[in-house]
Design a protein around this ligand. Structure first.
Ligand SMILES: [Zn+2]
Ligand SMILES: [Zn+2]
Length: 148
């Protein structure tokens, strides 16, 4: 069976941050300009463009001349995977370990890139495949999630 844990190894934490920012900014629209990404990340336009170009070369973004960027299907999957890792982990830690939601969330931010699909799916089923995290944000479903 092909494993889906190959993906993030080729992306750095910083690149994932850019990808997540594009994801957030582009929702409900077609494209987002690099200036907007630069603003959101608090960097210069040149720096943002460089990262966006890197992500494009890795097949995570599509770039339209003069208009900006949007996520490719691969980029979208990648962001969803990281968001799922974060939210499943923090829900698990918050529910089963005696840590505050703030600590659970902080810890989730540190490990979200590195959790394997197998581990996350198994935490997810122990939790009964929750649809939302304790912040009430929706958790993207995994392949094995049975939700009715
Ligand atoms: Zn969180
Ligand atoms: Zn599940």
């Amino acid at each position: 069976m092909p494993k889906s844990e190959t993906s993030s190894k080729s992306l750095t934490g910083k690149e994932i941050e850019y990808l997540k920012t594009v994801y957030r900014l582009v929702s409900g629209r077609d494209v987002v300009g690099s200036l907007e990404v630069a603003d959101a990340m608090g960097v210069s336009c040149a720096t943002a463009s460089e990262y966006l170009e890197r992500l494009r070369r890795k097949g995570m973004l599509k770039r339209y001349r003069w208009k900006g960027v949007c996520l490719s299907e691969k980029g979208f999957e990648e962001v969803n995977r990281v968001i799922r890792n974060h939210r499943v982990f923090e829900t698990y830690a918050y529910r089963f370990l005696s840590v505050s939601l703030k600590d659970a969330c902080e810890c989730a931010s540190r490990v979200e890139l590195y959790l394997s699909e197998k581990v996350v799916d198994s935490m997810c089923s122990l939790l009964g495949h929750p649809k939302t995290c304790p912040h009430n944000n929706s958790i993207p479903g995994g392949k094995l999630c049975c939700r009715t």
